[in-house]
Each structure stands twice: as structure tokens, then as C-alpha cells.
Design a protein around this ligand. Structure first.
Ligand SMILES: Nc1ncnc2c1ncn2[C@@H]1O[C@H](COP(=O)(O)OP(=O)(O)OP(=O)(O)O)[C@@H](O)[C@H]1O
Length: 314
């Protein structure tokens, strides 16, 4: 019981310590209670309403959610394109709420890479692949020899060496997206963000582009965060984070297990996401099935918590 002022203080200190411990030391991206409000005239839209997310260094994560749930807003904030209204957002050592304009330029140039859905908007119509991959390195004032070697390395890693001297109009959609990934990786960012990178592509080409993202994740150790509607894509990453109404609502974790006969299979488990204050969203189908409404009874059992419908009749 927290009756006295001192006890309350003790508890908040403990909560703070527990909070620090819950963020893994390997965390590269940390969002806590992140809020983004857009104001258009007198209308206010809360695109992010207290979103929590942690992504570890080297992870490949898919972010899914209905249209308007806040996925693109989240990615724009993390990529340094948009600024949050409140909350906490950290990528590597950068605090995204307290960056100066110069910091933001440095952050976008060196820490993150971004691939957009529209294949055409990632590239420049009159530049060849070699020239467009070189551009971010010219902006970062990298030496000529380094630039030349890095272009060759990226073209080879993404399987588009044969497209080195072609312009976007001379390449397929899949080839254009692979060159776009190379452009995003030119300055060796820690994180690659991709907003619906396979949205304009057919299934076979989507698989090819997704394979390229996986390849760079493994080969270069770059952390990859993909916003997608594509079930095939989200089903192939180890972690899928679902956003609903501007908050993270659930996560699916996948792992490979081997049975007694030595056969391997993928196990996917869905988890609800609990926020910093202990709030958990119960899926609608569970609420409907058990007729859970505004009041439920909680019971702490050994190793789990039970939620019961309110049968008090009041
Ligand atoms: N610049 C803006 N001005 C006003 N409202 C905006 C702006 N950008 C996004 N919104 C609103 O914020 C909410 C979240 O939008 P967002 O684009 O992040 O969702 P999304 O999940 O990426 O959707 P989609 O899958 O359709 O791209 C929506 O209600 C949207 O209308």
C-alpha cells in the first residue's frame, strides 16, 4: 500500500530504475510515449498518441497497421524528416526532440538511410546508378577513391552491377529499388528505414527487393525498419510490430524450432504490448467473446495474470 508520501516517492524511484532496466543495452531506437499532433487550421490530428517502441542494433523489424494508424509519421520522425510534438525518441545517441538544424542534417546524412515507396522518387531520372549512389558521399565530402570503391561494393552487394551505367528509365522496378537501397546505404548509416518499399511491385519482385533488404541487414549489420502492408514481407521478419491508433498494440515474434526428428519449422507468437504505465490493449475478439466492457476483474496467479468479466451485477 502506498499511503504515505515517502512510500510514493520510494515507488516512483523503483519504477524509474525498472524502466531503465527494461531498455536493453543493445537498443538503437527507443521511443517512449511518443506524440505527434498535426494542426490544420482549427483541426488537430493526433497521428501518434503515446507510442512505445524499442529496436535493437542489427534487428530487422516490420511495422504494420491500417491506413492512417501512424506508420509513416513514425518513420518520418525516426528518419529526422519530421519532428515529434512530445515524448521521447532516441536513435543511437541522438535525441530527436532536441536536435538543432545542423544536427538534423548530420543525422540524416550519416546515421539513417531512407527508401520510399515510389521507385521514381528514390532516384534521379537523368543520373545513372553509379552517379546517384555517389551523390550522398559527395555531400559528405568523402574522398574520391573511397566513393568509387563504395559504389562498386554496393552495386555488387545488391546484385545490380550490370545497372551501374543505366538511368532509372532503363531498369525494372525491382532493380530501381535495389539501387535506391544502395543510395540509402552509401554513407554507412546505422539504420535503414523503408516506407512500403515493395508497395508498387508485383509479388515476385517484392520478394526480390525484400531479399535485398535482408542481405544488407546481414552483410552490413545495418538495422532495418520496414513499414509494410505486404503480408509476405511482414511474415518473413523475426519481429512484426503492429500500430493501432498511433500506439504500438501488438507484436509477433518468430523463431525457428527443431523437433525431435530434426525438422525445423517457424513458430510465430503474438504478444500484446504493455506501455510504461502497465496498460495493455485486449484484442476486440477477446472482448467480444467474453463480453468484457468497462470493468474487469484481475487476479494475480503464479506466473500469469487472469482477466475476468465483471459479474458483480452493478
Ligand atoms: N502532414 C499532415 N497534416 C495533417 N494530418 C496528417 C499529416 N500527415 C499525416 N496526417 C494524419 O495523421 C494520421 C496518421 O497518418 P500516417 O500517414 O502516419 O498513417 P499511415 O499508417 O502511414 O497510413 P497509410 O498506410 O495510409 O500511409 C492520419 O490521420 C493522417 O491523416
Amino acid at each position: 500500500m502506498l499511503r504515505t508520501g515517502n512510500a510514493v516517492i520510494e515507488r516512483s524511484a523503483r519504477d524509474r530504475i525498472e524502466r531503465q532496466e527494461t531498455v536493453s543495452p543493445n537498443a538503437l531506437i527507443v521511443c517512449e510515449s511518443l506524440v505527434r499532433i498535426y494542426q490544420t487550421g482549427s483541426i488537430e490530428v493526433q497521428a501518434l498518441q503515446g507510442l512505445d517502441l524499442v529496436v535493437d542494433s542489427g534487428e530487422m523489424v516490420a511495422v504494420v497497421g491500417a491506413s492512417g494508424s501512424g506508420k509513416s509519421t513514425l518513420l518520418s520522425i525516426l528518419a529526422g524528416i519530421d519532428a515529434p510534438t512530445a515524448g521521447k525518441a532516441r536513435v543511437e545517441q541522438w535525441d530527436l526532440l532536441a536536435m538543432s538544424r545542423a544536427d538534423r542534417v548530420r543525422y540524416r546524412r550519416h546515421t539513417v538511410g531512407f527508401v520510399r515507396q515510389q521507385t521514381s522518387s528514390n532516384l534521379v531520372p537523368y543520373l545513372t546508378s553509379r552517379q546517384v549512389i555517389d551523390l550522398p558521399m559527395v555531400a559528405a565530402r568523402r574522398p574520391v577513391k573511397h566513393r568509387r570503391d563504395r559504389v562498386d561494393e554496393l552495386l555488387a552487394a545488391l546484385g545490380v552491377t550490370d545497372c551501374a551505367d543505366r538511368k532509372p528509365g532503363q531498369m525494372s522496378g525491382g532493380q530501381q529499388q535495389r539501387v535506391a537501397i544502395a543510395v540509402a546505404l552509401a554513407n554507412e548509416p546505422r539504420v535503414l528505414f523503408a516506407d512500403e518499399p515493395t508497395g508498387e511491385l508485383d509479388t515476385a519482385t517484392s520478394t526480390e527487393v525484400f531479399g535485398a533488404l535482408r542481405e544488407v541487414n546481414q552483410q552490413f549489420g545495418v538495422t532495418v525498419v520496414i513499414v509494410t502492408h505486404d503480408q509476405a514481407v511482414s511474415g518473413q521478419v523475426e519481429r512484426t510490430v503492429a500500430i493501432r491508433d498511433g500506439r504500438t498494440s501488438s507484436e509477433v515474434l518468430r523463431r525457428t524450432a527443431t523437433n525431435e526428428d530434426g525438422d525445423t519449422h517457424v513458430i510465430a507468437e503474438e504478444y500484446a504490448v504493455m506501455d510504461r504505465t502497465g496498460r495493455v490493449q485486449i484484442p476486440r475478439e477477446y472482448r467480444d467473446t467474453l463480453e468484457l466492457s468497462n470493468r474487469v476483474r484481475l487476479a494475480l496467479e503464479t506466473g500469469h495474470v487472469e482477466i475476468h468479466p465483471d459479474r458483480s451485477g452493478r
